[in-house]
Design a protein around this ligand. Structure first.
Ligand code: VGL
Ligand code: ZN
Length: 205
């Protein structure tokens, strides 16, 4: 089969599918775990087309200005090496997926995946440039925070963004936050797609 343009230049980015962001966790997104089966379909599609996949995690020190107790706005969550910081076990990641951590700086919020790095300090952008990635399909948690920040930064950096609207969920601290975030991302140039759109793009020549 002849690889398509999409296949040659697309990557999947899965943001923060962690225990603390799922129901029962320290900072849960309502029904946050319900997108996991869909994310698994995307993973399978990307693996079978040999496209790169990335998964970020929020990975905070116990004391950070990100937390309410130390001047921030959030309850404690995703503290390094605690059970709540683990990726959700239902997410079917392969060893090929590149893991990236963010939020380690005790003075910063770091909500964008572009602030995430691997164990050796290599950033997402470095991987993407090296691999010739031009298009990023983005899913995960939370639509109105880290997903939004990641998408806006990617657009600013010139990437073509496919927002996976069937594989994102937001906090909705105000009722329309997720909807508004989607509108902001679209206005900035993100394309909103679902699984069948991406599958079609993969197969097009
Ligand atoms: C996030 C709030 C605080 C996120 C992380 O992943 O969207 N939100 N830390
Ligand atoms: Zn956080």
């Amino acid at each position: 089969m002849v690889p398509t343009q999409f296949q040659k230049s697309a990557a999947l980015l899965i943001v923060d599918i962690q225990i603390d962001f799922c129901p029962g966790g320290a900072l849960p997104v309502l029904e946050g775990d319900q997108i996991i089966p869909t994310l698994n379909m995307y993973l399978e599609l990307f693996y079978s087309n040999e496209c790169p996949t990335f998964a970020t995690r929020d990975w905070h020190p116990a004391q950070t200005s990100h937390f309410k107790d130390y001047g921030g706005v959030w309850p404690k969550h995703c503290i390094q090496n605690t059970p709540g910081a683990r990726l959700h076990p239902d997410l079917k990641l392969d060893t090929k997926t590149v893991f990236l951590s963010k939020g380690m700086d005790p003075q910063k919020d770091s909500s964008s995946a572009f602030q995430a790095m691997d164990r050796k300090g290599k950033y997402l952008l470095h991987y993407l440039s090296e691999m010739g990635i031009k298009k990023i399909c983005v899913g995960g948690l939370a639509t109105d925070y880290c997903v939004k920040a990641s998408v806006l930064e990617a657009l600013k950096d010139g990437f073509e963004i496919f927002l996976l609207v069937d594989a994102i969920k937001g906090f909705d601290l105000n009722p329309d936050d997720s909807q508004k975030a989607i509108e902001v991302m679209r206005a900035a140039g993100a394309k909103t797609v679902t699984f069948w759109d991406v599958k079609t793009l993969m197969e097009e020549n």
